[in-house]
Write a protein that binds this ligand. Sequence first.
Ligand SMILES: [Zn+2]
Length: 274
Amino acid sequence: MATVKDVIRSFSCNTGRVKGLSLQVIDEMNLLIPGGVLVNIDDLDVSGNAATVNLFMQPKAKEALRRAIRRRGVTLQLNSCYRTVVQQHILFSWQGSGCVSIAAAPSKSNHEDGFAIDTPDFDAWIPALEAEGWEWFGPGDEVHFTYVGGGVRDDVGDIGVKAFQILWNKHNPSDQIESDGGYGPETAARLDRSPADGFARARILKLKAPPMDGEDVRKVQQALVSLDLLEASQLNGIYDTATKLAVEIFQRRSGLSVDGQVGPKTRKELKIPT
Ligand SMILES: [Zn+2]
């Protein structure tokens, strides 16, 4: 399993390898902020390498981009759009390596704030983008445009760091770090050790033959015991009929759909990390 550190050491000059982990960070960011903070822009007339370009941004920036694309009437090619803390951490580590001459510290790039894009076709796009609240950076970074039309939050880079810290803590119960949204040595070390493809997603637990068993079943049973829905003597790490019945009672009580299976919604309601 490749880690972020392995990707850094490869000096591939490409952050596409961490797409899986990046998407988990974006999901976590949207969970963290009520109503979400980033929206998908793949319904706009844009194109970009799906492996490396995360088609997400803040809603106001997206609407301005939609107008600019309508104004010019052609597909906008993107080299970069939303950049997660994971990607910025890698670029930051590559500074001076030949991949990257200079990179902002993680949380400080406005790609991480969700209101910046890079397009190789910058010359042709300057009039339409500038007419709709997007500012060209200029010769110092000629592919880069920043949305300056207002109505966006400027703390999204910090939210991204915090989201990563929360994600790390969910998957590393014995190595908890502070989730303060600050990028420092503690967070950098955990980014290095994170799996490039993302943390293992929890499996869906259900009654089947042979029965499912393991630590994840035990955690669900522990939660059910603490809610008095299961006897302590039934805590056996096996997803059996008693467990399924207890899950169904819990689901009914919580207003969830009652299927006797433990997926993301039931897990979240049981307050078990996913
Ligand atoms: Zn840029």
